[in-house]
Design a protein around this ligand. Structure first.
Ligand code: TYD
Length: 209
């Protein structure tokens, strides 16, 4: 089974993934946790370029870096893991490209769907968790996280305007409507332990089917 985790920055995906992976480990369920960008060794090099490039990337060139990351990731990591019957949990996948490069940056959605299909060899997730919350709360969380650790770890996307993040959020909500068979919307404004309990219940129900 292939499960993806999507949402605006600061929605809590990573913390929830930590919690779910702990439960899977405790119950001896074999799984592969991975992410985009950066889920393969080529992807790690691309991630640096995409997120921390000194120069302003043209939006199409950025798109092709995300797609190259994805193509390598699917071929090298995700498909082999699925073939060996592992559960795959992926932090972001092609819906991120639709939300960020499509709905937010204005690249053509149908062209993006076509390119995503090529990059992924048509591999669709079985289940997509969408962590949905108010943009103001998510940005507060992102900034809180950085001041707690004392690190300055802003990537270029964190600097985008509020409006940009609103568009990302609206894009995800639209995709969730169009793909109700695989999307599950999670209210990520709840306390994180409630969000985790919610996701955990859904995950274990799916695994039992
Ligand atoms: P990351 O540090 O992984 O963010 P997060 O913890 O929020 O997942 O950075 C990934 C950034 O790249 C994030 O802002 C979303 C963006 N992104 C795209 O714009 N398009 C894509 O296809 C993907 C996979 C990510």
């Amino acid at each position: 089974m292939f499960i993806t985790f999507e949402g605006i920055d600061g929605a809590g995906k990573t913390t929830i993934l930590d919690g779910l992976c702990q439960q899977l480990t405790d119950k001896n369920v074999p799984f592969c946790r991975t992410r985009e960008p950066g889920g393969s060794s080529l992807g790690l090099a691309l991630r640096e370029k995409i997120l921390y490039a000194a120069e302003k990337l043209d939006s199409r060139s950025e798109l092709f870096l995300f797609l190259a990351d994805r193509a390598q990731h699917v071929a090298e990591v995700i498909l082999p893991a699925l073939k060996s019957k592992m559960l795959v949990l992926c932090d972001r996948y092609f819906d991120s490209t639709l939300a960020y490069q499509g709905y937010a940056q204005g690249l053509d959605l149908e062209e993006l769907r076509f390119l995503n299909a090529i990059a992924t060899q048509n591999l669709l997730p079985d289940l997509t968790f969408l962590f949905d919350l108010d943009v103001k709360i998510s940005l507060k969380r992102v900034h809180g996280r950085q001041s707690n650790t004392g690190e300055i770890a802003y990537d270029r996307f964190d600097h985008e305007t509020m409006l940009f993040h609103e568009r990302v959020r609206a894009g995800y909500l639209e995709e969730a409507k169009l793909n109700q068979n695989r999307y599950v919307k999670i209210d990520a404004s709840q306390p994180l332990e409630d969000v985790l309990a919610n996701c955990s219940q859904i995950l274990w129900e799916r695994l039992a089917q």
